[in-house]
Design a protein around this ligand. Structure first.
Ligand SMILES: [Zn+2]
Length: 538
């Protein structure tokens, strides 16, 4: 084995003759350490061309970041289906002894900052929270074994009631700590270990809720393979480095392989999590729309920055590939003003573009897995008439909220004044009041809520006189969309022609079979027929 050199790896075959050192030297060390006894020739999973390109990207981007004291970076590219390691860059320059270039940033233990948050939020989505669940981003002090602890957001501000989607995509720390408290560090740790983070060897008590903010050290390889597990719907298998091995006489040796899949999160929760991670709009408040994670194809990604700017991460996946990047310094020198999105993010962007070249990206999430409901951005429940434009949020079937927003209220000084002088105000839980006052928002405190007659329930679709034509190019499953504008706990039913009425629950939408002919649809509210529409299907 001592004679195994980079030139003997298959990556060398794809590469032009070069006078510089052969690429992937960190990976060569790794491959040797994984080789079966007696191996003299190893065929690895590295894609020689991609490896060289990623090495160039790292060198190029670090050259541009020197002013910000970013000396090193490491990158892993994985094939999602097979787990094959396609590129492995351990440092900027193997031969740079001053910059500790022989250190391997792929296997070094470091604090991941916010890069583990997706696993925690995925667990939350599997345990009853939705993308619209409101989390409190307000000044918070937690009692811990070692004294009190006040988590802070990256922007040093608080943002009041924040929906889970926005909390994750803007990487707010305070809501993340609340989620970690809710789930408990032990359950989070078990999920992370099942996702392959075997470096997290300490107890749940040792990490505490800080596990969600990256208090436990992990490797870039674990991070890459954890994200690959998300790409694979919540199932983890180990990465693969070796394709084959031969002894000195050329006889094939068996390469031990552990490919027993381990599920660490349910498939449907991972689908919703992926829908959040791919959402550029949701992260715009903190990162802007024109950021390094905005690629020409959908990418589910997350950044991380450890405290004091020592480590900087970006990890993400398409259907086909996972890329994870660390940037920092091996001696722990802090960087200057570098966030995950500007530091590692730029390398991530270019490495992902290279990894996806000549590939047709498959869809990351199937929107048919979700139902959509209009929610109030402030309270996360169904938007009412005073909530302004509701946000169309996606829910796993059966999990959309049923309650209508009570937070957007109309108030007056007395019940008698409601008719003449009611004004809009927010009726929020006490913990949000300090935030709301800071934002200059009108609060309902000390005034009387004015109640209005409930809104009339009506059919939005179909409307009277609609004509539908079947599309001959679609083989089956065509239907007539039924949508009812209703709110609150009402008994809403629709009856087609002479069929018995069928109940609708929030968000009060369904499909009817598109049987040719003339039809009539009747809407019942609390047992009374209130509206009938007629439509045709040709
Ligand atoms: Zn509202």
């Amino acid at each position: 084995l001592a004679t195994a050199r980079a030139e003997q790896l298959d990556l060398a075959a794809a590469q032009e003759p070069s006078t510089g050192p052969p690429p992937a030297l960190h990976f060569v060390q790794r491959a040797k350490s994984r080789a079966p006894a007696g191996a003299a020739l190893l065929e690895t999973t590295i894609d020689g061309r991609l490896q060289q390109e990623v090495e160039r990207i790292v060198d190029d981007e670090l050259g541009a970041l020197e002013q910000r004291r970013v000396g090193q970076a490491a990158v892993v590219v994985l094939d999602n289906a097979s787990g094959n390691v396609l590129a492995w860059v351990g440092s900027r320059d193997w031969s740079d002894d001053k910059g500790l270039g022989k250190n391997d940033g792929v296997t070094a233990l470091r604090q991941p900052g916010s890069a583990l948050k997706p696993f925690v939020y995925g667990l939350a989505l599997s345990r009853g929270l939705t993308a619209a669940t409101v989390l409190a981003d307000v000044e918070t002090t937690l009692a811990t074994d070692t004294g009190s602890y006040a988590p802070r957001n990256y922007d040093e501000r608080v943002h009041g009631p924040v929906r889970l989607r926005a909390a994750l995509q803007n990487s707010y720390n305070i809501p993340a700590v609340h989620v970690a408290e809710l789930l408990g560090p032990a359950r989070i740790l078990a999920t992370l270990r099942a996702a392959g983070f075997s470096s997290l060897r300490e107890s749940a008590e040792h990490y505490g809720v800080g596990i969600v903010l990256g208090d436990g050290d992990v490797t870039l390889l674990e991070l890459a393979n954890g994200y690959r597990g998300l790409a694979n719907g919540g199932v983890s298998t180990p990465v693969v480095e070796l394709r084959s091995a031969r002894d000195a006489a050329g006889v094939p040796l068996s390469v031990p392989r552990d490919d027993v899949p381990r599920r660490f999160l349910p498939d449907d929760a991972v689908a919703l999590l992926t829908d959040v991670l791919v959402d550029d709009l949701a992260r715009a408040p903190a990162f802007g729309l024109d950021n390094a994670l905005d690629l020409p194809f959908p990418v589910a990604a997350k950044t991380g920055t450890s405290r004091a700017y020592v480590d900087n991460w970006t990890a993400g996946f398409t259907r086909e590939r996972t890329v994870a990047v660390w940037a920092g310094n091996f001696d722990g020198t802090p960087m200057k003003n570098v966030s995950g999105i500007t530091g590692a993010g730029r390398i991530f962007r270019r490495a992902m573009l290279a990894a996806m070249r000549d590939m047709k990206p498959g869809p990351l999430v199937d929107p048919r897995r979700f139902e959509t409901a209009p929610v109030c951005p402030l309270t996360g429940v169904l938007a009412g008439p005073r909530c302004g434009h509701g946000i169309a949020e996606r829910f796993l079937p059966g999990t959309a909220p049923r309650a209508v927003c009570e937070g957007h209220a109309r108030v007056a000084t007395s019940a008698e004044a409601c008719a003449a002088r009611a004004s809009p105000a927010l009726d929020l839980a006490p913990r949000y009041r300090s935030w709301a006052r800071g934002e200059g928002l009108a609060l309902a405190d000390g005034q009387v809520r004015c109640h209005e007659a409930p809104r009339a329930v009506r059919l939005l679709s179909p409307v009277d006189g609609d004509e539908f034509a079947a599309d001959p190019t679609v083989p089956s499953g065509q239907g007539i969309p039924v949508r009812v504008d209703a709110s609150g706990e009402r008994d809403v039913r629709v009856a087609l022609d002479d069929a018995p009425p069928r109940a609708l629950s929030p968000p009060y939408a369904t499909w009817l079979d598109a049987d040719p002919g003339a039809h009539q649809l009747t809407l019942f509210v609390d047992g009374r027929a209130v509206q009938t529409v007629r439509y045709r299907v040709d």
